[in-house]
Design a protein. Structure first.
Lengths: 231, 589
């Protein structure tokens, strides 16, 4: 197959370019990551992140033929013979397919992504019914790969002010947790024309999430909570 | 000159144990840095699936004594019983703490943490009834735990050095105390000397020495390489766990929790063959037992598929509801990597390298120990290790499922506690760094950057992985082992002459992979040499020529030294902290 890969090395390149690689696949090559690893075997200067190779660590998110995806769970069989791989859009490129995710994580951190409960801890576990626990499904599974936020035009325009779909999904994960006591503090933190309300329900996030999660739905839940609080 | 940065404590690795230790250190007013090759939530703890062991007794009767018995037996009596008692007694505490931190455990109707059965978890000291001891967040327990620990570290303002790779330990030649590490900042390509009063290695496993592995690309034994190069020993490296259920051909893990929930293995005749090998526990026997049974089935021609090279894991009878609720991640993996939907069809599986029982020798407070003078276990000042890279030893010759996540929490916490305690006894001022600090690292980097020709890293690495796979597998043969040692040594020599085309500074992943190769080589050599020497079968180390366990001669820990591939041995701690010794018995399930 033919891979056209975005290349940029600040040490030597004045500007980025696409480099073509011809990769011979065998039957053990299932995923796009396998093809990228083969390209790197031809040319060790090609740089990209990867780790678990099973879709749980979130390292290898790239823009593949125009869509943000995880290379390790993108089946080669479902791709055309010519694939163009670029870094995630909207974030500064450090080198080749490696982007600077500082802004993305800054937004994640800004939602206070941890359970806040100031009661003295009981001797055993805090209780939570299976139904209450089910509320966290579709939220806690996020792998912070940034496919969603870097597919979101609102995040492209205002990465410093708009929390973005990944951060907001996690904001709701803690709002939805019955063990958390910081609901109003969390809502205060989001009630802002930019932080939450830059979401215009474009739903690119839902379209690209490799884990099948739905940040738009979570964002709507937060908006509902704000409305309820106001009336 | 190499730039120096000063800290009180350095944690190398941001997986479960490193981040648990970091939480302890964050409580004190210290300068702490946590280094990680990857963003913390990308560490391989994220891939753990089935659960974390703790005798909460939420569904069945259970207590730490039974948990301890199962662990000692599972370890095939090579585990240190003081450390095992310590771990089992702290299990409830650390799991409850994790819940308080926000871990999204599944729940029972009464609101308590959901627990499932797992291999080798029994009631009443190996009785016929299984204990439900594995605390689970669906089949994403490691993911949920790693993110929870990261979140708590965000709250505690832990300083992370993300995408930094530690390269070598810096020792004070006066007394061998560890006074820092050299480390590469990947984004800039700059080398640093990180000076510290104490260093915790929490670098995880090194399963990438094998061809077929459940391990991530990053699992390259960096801590093991650092320790070996510093002249310190590695312990029990011959013991590698083959997980029974890796997806055939892909290596991706399918949790034992599938069998905990009621799934079972079939050969080509549709026979539930584990009934023959382990009449009581059947598919929930210990992992070494199940992996040997599967390998035997395949070897004797009862494997499935056109090449008769795997067996099948059947779970459709659990029904879509249980699968969607308790095993959703497995379903996703099976669909993606095996092209089967387990709601309808069985998953093709083979034993796949998963976990190293051996590692950096420590006591149960995380202090690294090594023979010196009359002591077999003298403390190495300033150096600690926890998690998969450490050998405490609680897993002995075979780890029980779900004890690994527990190990991360208990020994991550105890090392953090011990580091604080030791630090209080030290003078406030840092020691001076030795004059030649960082010299060895600079020489390694200079060689790599200076090489104008040589072998490609990927070729040497792939040969290493093939040799380990062929010579150090589930069943081990004397000729293979001897040939394996020779071949691995040859590859070790080749690894000194690799060439990278990329000489640039910024995010040079070729350089990182070349440095990782050196660590993988130390791991593989220690494994092959230790395995060849151990003339018995125990736990995961099974020799065709010595099929029995030999407690008289071999109930001892192996210590391997890089220099001259020297081996030493030390006794197993048979005396627990408060209970009677659990005497070695014939191990059946």
């Amino acid at each position: 197959m033919k891979l056209s890969i975005y290349r940029y090395n600040p040490d030597k390149d004045a500007k980025p370019y696409l480099q073509d690689y011809e990769v011979v696949l065998d039957h053990s090559d299932r995923m796009l990551l396998d093809a990228l690893v083969k390209a790197k075997a031809q040319d060790d200067t090609l740089a990209f992140r990867r780790s678990c190779r099973e879709g749980v660590c979130g390292s290898d998110a790239f823009n593949v033929n125009g869509k943000n995806r995880l290379a390790c769970i993108t089946k080669l069989a479902e791709l055309p013979d010519h694939v163009t791989v670029r870094p995630l859009p909207g974030l500064p490129v450090i080198r080749d397919l490696i982007v600077d995710m500082t802004q993305f994580f800054k937004q994640y951190h800004s939602v206070k992504p941890y359970v806040i409960n100031n009661d003295p801890p009981p001797e055993r576990e805090r209780l939570q019914s299976p139904q209450e626990r089910d509320e966290l499904n579709g939220l806690y599974e996020c792998i912070l790969c940034a496919c969603c936020s870097t597919a979101c035009p609102s995040f492209w325009w205002n990465p410093d002010k708009f929390v973005g779909p990944a951060g907001l999904l996690q904001a709701y994960r803690f709002l939805a947790d019955t063990r958390d006591q910081a609901t109003s503090e969390r809502l205060d933190n989001l009630e802002d024309p930019y932080r939450l309300f830059r979401c215009h329900t474009i739903m690119n996030c839902v379209d690209v999430c490799p884990k099948g999660l739905n940040p738009t739905k979570a964002i709507n839940h937060i908006k509902e909570m704000l409305v309820k609080r106001a009336v | 000159m190499t730039a120096v940065r000063k800290f009180d404590a350095i944690v190398v690795g941001a997986g479960g144990s490193g981040m648990r230790a970091a939480l302890e250190l964050a409580r004190a007013n210290l300068r702490v840095a946590v280094l990680s090759k990857v963003f913390p939530t990308r560490s391989h703890t994220v891939a753990a699936q089935g659960g974390i062991a703790a005798p909460l007794a939420n569904s069945t009767e259970d207590n730490w004594h039974w948990h301890m018995y199962d662990t000692v037996k599972g370890a095939d009596y090579l585990g240190d019983q003081d450390a095992i008692e310590y771990m089992c007694r702290r299990a409830v505490e650390v799991v409850v703490e994790l819940e308080h931190m926000g871990m999204p455990f599944d729940r029972l109707e009464n609101g308590k943490i959901y627990q499932r059965p797992f291999g080798g978890h029994t009631q009443d000291y190996g009785g016929n009834k299984m204990a439900m001891r594995a605390c689970a967040a669906a089949d994403r327990t490691g993911h949920a735990m790693l993110h929870t620990l990261y979140q708590q570290n965000v709250r505690a303002n832990t300083q992370f050095l993300v995408e930094w790779m530690a390269l070598d330990l810096v020792l004070d030649p006066q007394d061998g105390a560890v006074v820092g590490v050299t480390a590469l900042e990947m984004e800039t390509g700059e080398l640093f000397l990180l000076q510290a009063k104490s260093v915790l290695l929490a670098t995880g496993g090194a399963g990438r020495i094998y061809w077929a592995t459940t391990n991530a690309f990053i699992n390259t034994g960096d801590g093991l390489g650092m320790v070996a190069r510093a002249g310190l020993p590695l312990q029990d490296m011959e013991f590698w766990q083959f997980h029974p259920t890796g997806v055939a051909g892909a290596g991706v893990l399918i949790t034992e929790g599938v069998r905990g929930e009621g799934g079972y293995l079939l050969n080509k005749n549709g026979e539930r063959f584990m009934e023959r090998y382990a009449p009581n526990a059947k598919d929930l026997a210990s992992r070494d037992v199940v992996s040997r049974a599967m390998t035997t089935e395949i070897k004797e021609g009862r494997g499935c598929g056109p090449d008769a090279d795997h067996v099948l894991l059947k779970l459709d009878h659990l029904g879509p509801e249980v699968i969607m609720q308790r095993l959703p991640g497995i379903r996703e993996i099976a669909i993606k990597f095996a092209n089967v939907d387990p709601i309808r069809d069985p998953i093709p599986v083979v034993p796949t390298v998963h976990y190293q029982m051996g590692g950096i020798p420590t006591n149960f407070m995380g202090q690294v120990v090594a023979p010196e003078g009359n002591s077999k276990e003298a403390i190495v000042p300033g150096l600690y290790a926890a998690g998969e890279c450490a050998c405490v030893s609680v897993h002995g010759a075979n780890r029980l499922g779900t004890n690994s996540l527990l190990d991360l929490l208990v020994f991550g916490k105890s090392s953090g506690e011990q580091m604080l305690k030791d630090m209080h006894a030290l003078p406030r001022a840092q020691r001076n760094l030795p004059k030649d600090a960082g010299e060895a690292t600079r020489a390694r980097l200079a060689r790599l950057d200076g090489a104008a020709s040589g072998e490609r890293v990927v070729d040497v690495l792939n040969d290493l992985r093939r040799v380990m796979q062929a010579h150090c597998g589930v069943f081990r043969f004397p000729d293979d082992l001897q040939a394996g040692v020779a071949k691995v040594k040859e590859i070790a020599a080749r690894s000194q002459n690799v060439f990278i085309a990329d000489k640039s500074r910024v995010f040079n992943t070729a350089r990182v992979e070349a440095l990782e190769l050196e660590n993988l080589v130390e791991t593989a050599v220690s494994t092959a040499v230790s395995a060849e020497a151990r003339r018995e079968s125990r736990g995961a180390h099974t020799r065709e020529d010595f099929p029995g366990r030999d407690d008289k001669v071999w109930m001892k820990h192996t210590l391997w030294y890089k220099e001259g591939n020297r081996l030493d041995y030390k006794p197993v701690h048979l005396r627990p902290l408060s209970v009677e010794t659990m005497e070695p018995k014939v191990r059946t399930y």
